[in-house]
Design a protein around this ligand. Sequence first.
Ligand code: AR6
Length: 173
Amino acid sequence: MHTKLEAIKGDITKLDVDAVVNAANNSLLGGGGVDGAIHRAGGPAILEECKQIRARQGGCPTGEAVLTTGGNLPASYVIHTVGPVWNGGRKDEATLLQNCYYNSVRIASEKNLQSIAFPNISTGVYGYPKQQAAEVAVQAVKEYLQKNETSLKYVLFVCFDDDNYTLYQKLLV
Ligand code: AR6
């Protein structure tokens, strides 16, 4: 595997990578948290494309992902994926979260991108326990990379809080 997986701490909207991943919701129309930050920093071109995708396919199901322009972001593209709401682990949350990471790296690879940055999907408003979410995230990306050829050279896990940063650093030694 020639792809480097790395944890960093910071604001995902500032990163000069090929694609940043957005922790969106099923509507694709924006929201709070990282979703709000990406739309604010990226400007109206992102929402415009999200609306076109909605018109075609009616939003984005949980676990799936769609690609738009990065608008005014340093990143060229945004991959919007929808994490599961944590429900105590009884609603197949792990599989759905795994699908978010898997489908996002798949889309980035299909676009021949070299770098992608993920936020800690579902661990904010959606309440997914951070340790479990981090394990699913790293495992899902590694599994994709083991099974598929990829153009990706860097996969960054962008942590906004110290808890997540510590967790990811431990998982990625
Ligand atoms: N850069 C990197 N990470 C960030 C940033 C940022 N600028 N801002 C927040 N985070 P959340 P969710 C972290 O709540 O749990 C939205 O309203 C944050 O600390 O953004 O998947 C959507 O529209 C946390 O670790 O996403 C949905 O309705 C992580 O990003 C809902 O929230 C995810 O927190 C999705 O909830």
